[in-house]
Structures are given as C-alpha cells and as structure tokens.
Design a protein around this ligand. Structure first.
Ligand code: PLP
Length: 411
C-alpha cells in the first residue's frame, strides 16, 4: 500500500476512506461481505497481469503453467465443496454467469420461467432492460399475496401453459428456503432445464446450513462475493454432460481472457469455506438474520413472509409510514448501510419502495451474534423514524461504539 500511496495519493486516499467507512459503520447490505486478507492478497497479485484465454492445459497464450495450477486447484475445490460434477470459475460476475448459462442451454426467442423482479427475482431473470428480457420470452412467477411465499401451484400452472425451455429459481430478495425438489418435478414434467441462481445463498450451502440445489439443478450459477465471502465474481456448477456447453458459453462465447487474480482469489475463498469455522459462521449468519427480523418486528416493522430462513430479511415499512427510500437515506445518515427494496405487491415505484432489505453476512464476519442484533434493530428503528435528522449524530456515535467492539479489518 505504501507504493500506491507514493504513486497515487488521490486513489490511496479513496481506498483508505472506504476502509474507514467499513470500519465505522454497520454494513447490512445482504449481498456484501468482508473478505479475508488472504482473498484480498490474491486479488492484488501479479496474476492480474496474465492473459489466459481458454482453460487449464488448453490456453491460447504461453506462460500459463502457474495460472493453470491456480484454476485447477479452484475447480477441484469447488467440485469437492459442492459435490458437483463440473465447475467453471471464470465468469466475471453473477450476471456473466447467468448470460453463459442462458447461452449454453437456449436460443434467442426461447421461453424462460423465472421469479418476477418485483417479487424478488434478479434483473437477469427476464427484466425488459436486460439481455434476458430482450432476447428471451420470459414469464414471471410470483409469491402468494397471503403467505408471501413462492406460489408453487402458479409455477406448475405457468410451466404447463407456456412450456418453457428453462425454469429459473433463486432470487435477490426472497428470505425463505426454496423447494428445489418441487422445481425439479415441474421442470421434468414439461421437459425444461432447471437453472438455480444461487448467488445469494450459496455461501449458506457451502457452510452446510441450508440444503444444496446441486443434486436437483442442471446448472447452478452464483456470485462468489456474497455469503460465500470470496472476491467479486461469478461461478457455475453443472453436470458433466453440460460441461462442454457451459465452458464454451463462458469462453469464447461471452468472455475473453479470464481474470486470473480473481480465479485464484475464488480458490482461496473456497478453501476458507471448506473449514469447520465457516460452517459455524453460516449457521450464525442465519441466527443473526432471524434475531434481526424478530428485533425489527418488535419495533413495529413487519418482516415480509413473517421472517427468514436465510441471511436476509425484507422489511415492510408501511405500518410506520416511512418509504424504503426515506429509510435508506436516514440509516445512511446514522452510519447504517442497507438498501431500499420493493416488497411483493408494492404500491410504490421501485426507486422509492415500501421496504428495506437487511442482511447479516458482514456483521457476522465481524463476530456479532444475536445479542448485538437486538441493538442493531433498535438503532435501525430510531434511524428510520428520525425525520429531521436530529438524532443522526448521536446514532452515528452509538453505531461506532458497537462496531468498535466487533471491528471489521482490525487496525
Ligand atoms: N443473481 C442474483 C440472484 C443476484 O442477486 C445478483 C446480484 O445481486 C446477480 C445474479 C448478479 O451478480 P453481479 O452483480 O455479480 O453481476
């Protein structure tokens, strides 16, 4: 870091300011985490210099024997950890992994059945502003109005009616377990591929805290930077049968040279995730999310679907008369980072939203447990009700005192 500070103090200052932000605030974005120094070291390594188009042993460039080892180690760790037949560590992001999965299994114009965006699905599951909605005929399924749980009857009915070539499950703002077996049955009934986008919860699967989609899915796509606590990036698991199609869809169809520093960092994170302490962490992530949901409910904020089975909780703020956008801004002022979110059947526009999404991966990595989640719920409650911002400075001090006892990246 001294070299960076000497060469480019402007950017060095930005990086240090971001470190201060992480250290001084509460990080509750469900899709973020705090990676280990080992993962960061791999990311900041000279492997970033290397061109390595292709796959280990079959590269389009010389000098790949070292990066080949990194990728082979990573692939083998991913296969072992998830009991998968094949793994591809090259997708640059979760969206790139999804693009490759579509490309491997579908042709433009094919029909895809996926969770609709306003009910928790991801942009790449058929939004009209994304490749998935522009190039494919996407049909959205919903959650039920009464339970706010996936409506499996609707999934089956829509599958029978539209005969999709692929069904996607996995979401970005759904706090409950997904019944992969039910999705597999529907996919088999209509002859569709089953793709599970496990971006959000794959870290909980790695930590053996929730069931794995691998035995049920044809393809499992994911990000590596959420609960899994690896570098920003994507990854794909699939059956041996689909492996050549998936690999070709990543390179050369949708990407050029892999980011070998990121591939190496994914390998490091996968080794960390295979350790027993990661299993304890994954269980604690869920316990913390449940404690936070209960705490917020006690403060008059309703958890959508009544709670959570995972690392995140969606909170409906309508009863306290605060919008998601207001809550996000007020929490920001108090040093609490979270995001506004649409709730199912939301009367507000997406940029406003009636809810917030909170997640516990980062605070759990910092060593917080249920006792701290009570305090976090109380701080959120005070912050979202702080209309004129008068309480923000004092809340910020309380947040600082709390995180100082559980530091992110100890000094
Ligand atoms: N899929 C799901 C379910 C996600 O929640 C996300 C990101 O939050 C993605 C895919 C895309 O990941 P990325 O931002 O790395 O492209």
């Amino acid at each position: 870091f001294d070299a960076l500070r000497a060469a480019d103090p402007q950017i060095a200052d930005v990086i240090l300011a971001e470190l201060d932000r992480l250290r001084d605030g509460l990080q509750l974005i469900a899709s973020e985490n705090l990676t280990s120094p080992a993962v960061l070291a791999a990311l900041g390594s000279t492997l970033s210099n290397k061109y390595a188009e292709g796959y280990p042993g079959k590269r389009y460039y010389g000098g790949c024997s070292e990066v080949d080892q990194a990728e082979e180690i990573g692939i083998s760790r991913a296969k072992d950890l998830f009991d998968a037949e094949h793994a591809n560590l090259q997708p640059h992001s979760g969206a790139s992994a999804n693009l490759a999965a579509y490309a491997a299994l579908l042709k433009p114009g094919d029909t895809v059945l996926a969770m609709s965006l306003p009910h928790g699905g991801h942009l790449t599951h058929g939004s009209k502003v994304n490749f998935s909605g522009k190039w494919f005929n996407t049909i959205g399924y919903s959650v039920r109005r009464d339970t706010e749980l996936i409506d499996y009857d609707e999934v089956r009915d829509l599958a029978r009616e539209h005969q999709p070539k692929m069904i996607i499950c996995g979401a970005t703002a759904y706090s409950r377990l997904i019944d992969f077996e039910k999705f597999r049955q529907v996919a088999d009934e209509v002859g569709a591929y089953l793709m599970v986008d496990a971006a959000h919860f794959i870290g909980l699967v790695a930590g053996k805290a929730i069931p794995s989609p691998v035995p049920y899915a044809d393809v499992v796509t994911m990000t590596t930077h959420k609960v899994l606590r690896g570098p920003r990036g994507g990854m794909i698991l699939c059956t041996q049968e689909l492996a050549p199609r998936i690999d070709k869809a990543v390179f050369p169809f949708s990407q050029g040279g892999p980011l070998m520093h990121a591939v190496a960092a994914k390998a490091v994170a996968l080794a960390e995730a295979a350790r027993p302490d990661f299993q304890a962490y994954a269980r604690q992530v869920i316990a913390n999310a449940q404690a936070l949901a209960d705490g917020l409910a006690a403060e008059g904020m309703r958890p959508v679907s009544g709670g959570t089975d995972t690392h995140l909780c969606l909170i409906d703020l309508r009863e306290i008369g605060v919008t998601g956008a207001q809550a996000e801004a007020r929490c920001d002022a108090a040093g609490i980072t979270l995001n506004k979110n649409a709730i199912p059947y939301d009367p507000q526009k997406p940029m406003i939203g009636s809810g917030i999404r909170v997640g516990t991966p980062s605070v759990t990595t910092q060593g917080m447990t249920e006792a701290q989640m009570k305090s976090v719920a109380s701080l959120i409650s005070q912050a979202v009700r702080d209309e004129d911002g008068t309480a923000a400075p004092q809340l910020r001090d309380q947040v600082r005192a709390l995180v100082a006892r559980h530091p992110a990246y100890p000094r």
